[in-house]
Design a protein around this ligand. Structure first.
Ligand code: NDP
Length: 344
């Protein structure tokens, strides 16, 4: 009997997101297996590997990358580590699924995408919300003309950071902490996806209410102008327990409203409102991370693109950094032009 060839994944980072969602998401893909794990602590690597029945555990990136059973890496370390780890993975010829924000600077992120392109490996960014059945339905409705020309968007993504995540996000600027690189970047990516448009300029004001330290924001409100004219208002926070979350896109002919849709879970509903009234639009929910991994795996086989490419990660990061800058300087900031293909 022929033996089935498996695509082996190495996990870089003993993170909560890997533990809660990604190991399982990878394992749902036929022909894919998690074969190795790496942490900066040998103890954490071993414990994670034992908990998830992963064959090899390393505390060295080079050793994980030297394992021939690893063809793909999933990087979910703190944000300042994504860049060196992606560059090392590309150099070793491994395909890369990297967490958002891709990096702490636009040039760094561009360098990461170029390195993967040059190495001929697939790179994707784990912006999960594009994979939600709700957001895909909202995009379909907008594209199908259900609300006419879109004019405004409002994103409600103010949540309460659970105690087990109240670490580096709140007190480590050098690790890319703060609500803007954590949550605003997701909103931006989602809006880019829903509107099929690119951000042009931003304004914003940050808040450091009581959780964040070291000059980081634990809340922010921003407004983004897109190249199709849409104005989007974003409210992001780590500090409020009862705000609820969702997204609204308002057009000349109607409004589409996603309730409870800025979530890691396959939940929420889509409502279409126009002159004839309001109706619930049916959606078939599926796991966001499962679908994200599935599109990445298909891209590995040469079918289609990952739900969020490396370039998407760069563009969404560039706008998030523009929001952070606008909060710092208190005036309008233009989003920089991105040239992935340009000369290095
Ligand atoms: P965690 O805080 O859970 O983990 C980040 C790193 O912290 C780990 O890689 C690990 O380092 C280290 N760490 C874990 N446990 C301990 C411990 N007990 N003591 C000291 N250090 C420890 O991060 P998240 O899972 O919340 O986020 C990881 C990445 O994923 C970030 O880039 C984040 O932005 C992104 N993310 C993306 C989401 C999405 O939906 N796309 C959702 C949540 C996060 P080591 O690996 O060296 O052990």
């Amino acid at each position: 009997m022929p033996t089935e060839t498996k695509t082996g994944w190495g996990l870089i980072g003993a993170s909560t997101i890997a533990r809660q969602y990604m190991v399982e998401a990878i394992r749902t893909q036929k022909g894919h297996e998690v074969v190795a794990m790496m942490s900066s602590s040998a103890e954490r690597a071993k414990a994670f590997a034992a908990d998830h029945k992963i064959e090899s555990a390393y505390d060295s990136l080079d050793e994980l990358l030297a394992n021939p059973a690893v063809q793909v890496v999933y990087i979910s370390t703190t944000n300042e580590l994504h860049r060196p780890q992606v560059l090392a993975a590309a150099k070793a010829g491994k395909h890369v699924l990297c967490e958002k924000p891709l990096a702490l600077g636009v040039d760094d992120a561009v360098q990461m995408v170029r390195a993967c392109n040059a190495a001929g490996v697939v790179m994707a960014t784990n912006h999960h919300l594009r994979n939600a059945a709700t957001h895909r339905k909202i995009r379909e409705l907008i594209k199908g003309g259900a609300i006419g020309r879109p004019l405004f968007a409002r994103v409600f993504h103010a949540v309460y950071l659970p105690p087990h995540l109240q670490g580096w996000r709140l007190d480590k600027p050098q690790a890319g902490g703060g609500v803007i690189l954590d949550i605003t970047v997701h909103d931006i990516d989602t809006l880019r996806f829903l509107l099929d448009a690119e951000p042009v300029e931003v304004v914003g004001i940050g808040q450091s209410a009581f959780m964040a330290k070291e000059g980081l924001e634990d809340g922010a409100m921003s407004v983004i102008r897109f190249d199709n004219g849409v104005l989007a208002q974003l409210h992001d926070a780590f500090t409020v327990k009862h705000a609820g979350h969702g997204i609204e896109i308002h057009g000349e002919a109607g409004s589409v409203i996603g309730r409870n849709v800025m979530s890691q879970r396959a939940v929420g509903e889509v409502v279409l409102r126009n002159d004839t009234g309001e109706r619930l639009v049916p959606v078939e929910h599926e796991g966001l991370y499962v679908r994200g991994v599935a599109t990445f795996c298909a891209a590995l086989q040469g079918t289609g693109k990952p739900a969020a490419t490396g370039e998407d990660g760069v563009r969404s990061l560039a706008t998030a950094l523009a929001v952070a800058q606008a909060c710092r300087i208190g005036s309008l900031v233009r989003v920089p032009e991105i040239n992935i293909q340009g000369i290095q």
